[in-house]
Design a protein around this ligand. Sequence first.
Ligand SMILES: [Zn+2]
Length: 137
Amino acid sequence: MSNLSWAATVRRVHERAAYLCEYCQTGQRVTGQAMHVEHINPGDDNDLDNLCLSCPSCNLSKAQATSAPDPETGDIVSLFNPRRQVWSEHFVWVQDGTLIQGLTPVGRATVVRLRMNRIRIVEVRKIWVRTGEHPPN
Ligand SMILES: [Zn+2]
């Protein structure tokens, strides 16, 4: 358990993530929505090492899951862990930055389980791309 207050922990999680969802990279600034502080392993504590910044959609889609099927093989694999894994090793932006493609079993399973290419987010990404707000560097 961290000895930071919860408010300080929340602030640290936001700053560490540069205010981007650590799964789909949606920026808080472009959505106008509050982000969630997500527990990577739901049963574990509020240690910074078990927390990540998540948009509401990724957080609600992930729910209690820590694993999901790879859509290519059906194998159950761990979901992407933003504390232990590097985003660009598991995901890549395609179609001008409007779609996230999984590069690995972990990436593919996470894209599907967290609904990272749901139609409404893809439509709004097109607007962000046109205005130069997306994808993040
Ligand atoms: Zn997200």
